[in-house]
Design a protein around this ligand. Structure first.
Ligand code: ADP
Length: 549
């Protein structure tokens, strides 16, 4: 019998600190650009970034930050927020991104639940802080003077704090790859927010997987525009990937209006951008409107040709994918959630699609896509069995993997959230086809059941948004005495376009819907309400319309 093998690879922990050191050593001259409140651009090199981040870590240690303690951030997207992404974990702390779109009550509740020790905040957001300061007391509030104004005396000045620490003297505390590095709360649109905690290991693995060629395809020469707020699901992991590869970043700061984003794209043309579908919907509408010779914006903008755009967080309508492709911009859809780090599936052209028609490519690009490496995915039927990958059978998506959360901060394991055999129950309903493409039809709570049959709100929305007069559409269930539920479509028309409910029936029939699947009622509204992460907020529409007849 040969002796058992003992010699394998080194047990070096996966660590964000390695990525930071790499950025400082290899990419010192590449740039990080931030748009300031006055819309000017501030430039840093990765060399500056590296030194400032290490100074932040040293300063936090100087303040007595202990391993595993939480440091909250309440910031727009800019270089100082990126410093927190690496500087807080490097000091042994856990970066807790607070969502600046939440109400003061929610912020107070979340900070209390996380027991955050310090807060790093932009001066622009101090008015928001003052509205929840009475609900939770941070030991220290560190203010980043984003606007350039002096920091009020009752707070700690972020720049002065950095200047007080020597980046060369900073030493990483010993750490394990399973130590926590960051935390993010679920949005709470489906219940009380819950804290998801990421580790060095989960974050490094997620970053490596998401950066692969068929997904982000992150290249050293890329210029990345992260429109996704850095408080949302760790901005989909892009800040980690960008530091790992020393990729030039262009942060939009607080200027997220389509006009501002289009202006920024002229100044610093991105090769890769990321955001939720609603952002890109308003961007393309603003751009298209500017093509009219009568528009005051005529000739003001060009779209960056060849840009890849990562879009996810909600279903991406096929019409949006086609509209951007007309301008040479390819939209790559991903599906995931705060709990999944977040990238769990990506829709990309698999080898089998090499010779597929453009229609087929668009159809697939509008699906959630294929599970990424290290993520196991199954569809669990109402009957308690795993469903076949036949493109027909639907059930709840369940996932498992090293960057999928195994529990929530201070919450007992809940059978609503985890299966008995330890898979995460996502609450999303989908089918998977033989090629492994996941197609999300709904969230469990958004399902419409009419006469015992499911109708997909996502499919109806996508078809409605393909109508030339429709800017946005959200479909909800309304109670119905005879059928249980019937679909109700809330439609936002494009400016200057007219359409009535009667126009939509034939349009939807042309998209392959059966008559019984068509919306029972249409409501024309000015805008679809958005959640704190910019997605359609159907709960608000249900409150407004679904109980009325
Ligand atoms: P919330 O939507 O509550 O803010 P998350 O940001 O964690 O919380 O969102 C996760 C959810 O977003 C998923 O469970 C799913 O319902 C939805 N989602 C994300 N990506 C997609 C996608 N590509 N297609 C359809 N739904 C998506």
């Amino acid at each position: 019998m040969p002796a058992p093998m003992k010699s394998t690879m080194m047990p070096v922990p996966l660590s964000l600190n390695h990525l930071l050191e790499r950025a400082g050593t290899l990419f010192a001259s590449n740039e990080i650009v931030s748009r300031l409140p006055d819309k000017s651009l501030k430039r840093h090199s990765f060399g500056d970034y590296y030194r400032r981040t290490r100074a932040l870590s040293g300063a936090l240690q100087g303040l007595g930050l202990q391993k595993g303690e939480r440091v909250a951030t309440l910031c727009w997207n800019h270089h100082a927020h990126l410093e927190c992404y690496f500087g807080i974990p490097a000091a042994g702390g856990v970066m807790h991104t607070l969502n600046l779109r939440l109400s003061p009550d929610e912020l107070g509740w979340i900070a209390n639940d996380a027991q955050d020790r310090f807060l790093v905040i932009d001066d622009l957001l101090l008015p928001l802080y003052r509205r929840f300061a009475h609900l939770y007391k941070f030991e220290k509030v560190i203010v980043f003077p984003f606007s350039g104004a002096p920091v009020p005396a009752e707070f700690t000045d972020y720049e002065a704090l950095l200047a007080s620490a020597d980046p060369d003297a900073f030493q990483y505390p010993p750490h394990d790859e399973n130590d926590p590095v960051a935390m993010c709360y679920t949005s709470g649109t489906t219940g009380r927010p819950k804290g998801v905690v990421y580790s060095h290991r989960s974050t490094v693995l997620h970053t490596l997987v998401a950066s692969l060629g068929d997904f982000w395809g992150l290249r050293g020469t890329d210029v990345v525009l992260p429109v996704t707020p850095m408080f949302h699901a760790n901005s989909w992991g892009m800040p980690y990937g960008a530091v790992m590869m020393g990729v030039k970043l262009v942060f939009p700061g607080p200027h997220l209006h389509p006009d501002d984003l289009l202006d920024l794209m002229q100044l610093e043309p991105p090769t890769l951008s990321l955001g939720v579908p609603t952002i890109w919907m308003s961007l393309i509408q603003t751009f298209d409107a500017a093509q009219s010779p009568d528009s005051p914006n005529h000739g003001r903008w060009k779209l960056p040709k060849g840009m890849r755009s990562l879009v996810g967080g909600a279903a991406v309508p096929e019409a949006l994918i086609r509209a951007f492709d007309q301008h040479g911009i390819w939209i790559l859809q991903g599906w995931g959630m705060t709990e999944t780090s977040p990238v769990a599936t990506v829709s990309y052209p698999k080898a089998e699609l090499r010779n597929a028609s453009m229609d087929e490519r668009y159809r697939r690009a509008a699906m959630a896509g294929v599970p990424v490496p290290l993520v196991d995915l199954r569809v669990w039927g109402d009957d308690g069995t795993e469903q076949p990958w036949d493109g027909q059978s639907v059930g709840e998506v369940q996932v498992r993997g090293p960057f999928i959360t195994g529990s929530y901060h201070q919450v007992a394991v809940d059978p609503e959230k985890f299966s008995a055999d330890g898979w995460l129950r996502t609450g999303d309903v989908a089918s998977v086809d033989a090629m492994g493409f996941v197609k999300i039809t709904d969230r469990t709570k958004d399902l419409i059941k009419s006469g015992g049959e499911w109708i997909s709100s996502v499919d109806l929305e996508n078809a409605l948004m393909a109508h030339p007069a429709v800017a946005e559409a959200a479909v909800i269930a309304m109670p119905d005495e005879k059928w249980g539920e019937r679909p109700l479509a809330c439609v936002v028309l494009k400016p200057g376009r007219g359409a009535t409910a009667a126009d939509f029936g034939p349009h939807l029939l042309g998209h392959g819907f059966a008559k019984w699947q068509l919306p029972e009622r249409y409501e024309f509204i000015d805008a679809v309400p958005r959640t704190s992460t910019g997605k359609f907020w159907k709960m608000k529409l249900r409150e407004r319309f679904a109980s009325k007849t």
